[in-house]
Design a protein. Structure first.
Length: 239
């Protein structure tokens, strides 16, 4: 499996840490986020990686090199300008018929081979790993019609199915992406839905953290102090 890692973002949500470090090098325990992700990819059968880099790319390239010390080959694709989450992939050549795409700041225990196989079997252009997240509103929420209050809920909590930042792409999906143009995942989704093209959801009920969010970053660091769980691979415990 080829895994393309999106590592070009500025990590604004993790400031002030990302004023001196690119987000993929922000530590979880004693290791950078991206080093944990590489170990996860290797344990799940990935044999080749491409890092799409832009912001502070030289630091990422200096730390990870060609991947020898991580046991996984690393290639680099430098964005000439900010191209969003999908735009950089359009510039890559010699892509296999199907490949993985991951944000460079996710931690999860989801097994990748079943996800990848299900994508190939489905014939979908795009498969998205999704999980359930609860979102708490820190306000009293009112339903108002004119000057009349119809309902009130104190600090409600809602459940949503959210993208985990882990995708399986079919190569033909790139036919729908413009070249050298800023093109984000949100734009891709709206385009595919408008054209009624095949998108597949893959539900995951295990662990998942978006380290680009300060709360998740703090939680991941807290979990690094816990004993490792018995599993094929536990990305939440440093080894």
């Amino acid at each position: 499996m080829l895994a393309i890692i999106l590592a070009g973002g500025k990590g604004r949500r993790l400031r002030p840490y990302t004023t001196v470090l690119p987000k993929p090098l922000v530590p979880i325990g004693e290791r950078p986020i991206l080093a944990i992700l590489l170990e996860y990819l290797k344990a799940n059968g990935v044999t080749r990686t491409i890092f799409c880099v832009n912001h502070m790319a030289e630091l990422i390239m200096a730390y990870f090199g060609n991947g020898d010390r991580f046991g996984l080959p690393i290639e680099y694709a430098m964005e000439p300008k900010a191209l969003g989450t999908v735009g950089p992939i359009k510039r890559l050549s010699n892509l296999p018929e199907n490949f993985l795409v991951l944000n460079g700041d996710v931690l999860t225990d989801m097994a990748l081979p079943p996800f990848f196989q299900a994508h190939q079997d489905s014939g979908a252009l795009l498969s998205i790993a999704v999980t359930t997240r609860q979102v708490k509103i820190d306000f009293g929420v009112m339903t108002v019609l004119g000057e009349k209050i119809l309902a009130f809920t104190e600090k409600p909590q809602y459940e949503y199915q959210v993208s985990m930042g882990i995708y399986a792409f079919s190569r033909s999906l790139m036919d729908h992406v413009p070249m050298d143009t800023f093109f984000g995942f949100d734009q891709l989704m709206l385009y595919l839905l408008e054209k009624k093209l095949a998108i597949r959801a893959h539900n995951h009920e295990g662990q998942w953290l978006d380290i680009g969010r300060p709360d998740d970053c703090d939680l991941a660091n807290a979990q690094c102090t816990e004993p490792p769980q018995e599993s094929l691979f536990n990305p939440f415990h440093p080894r």
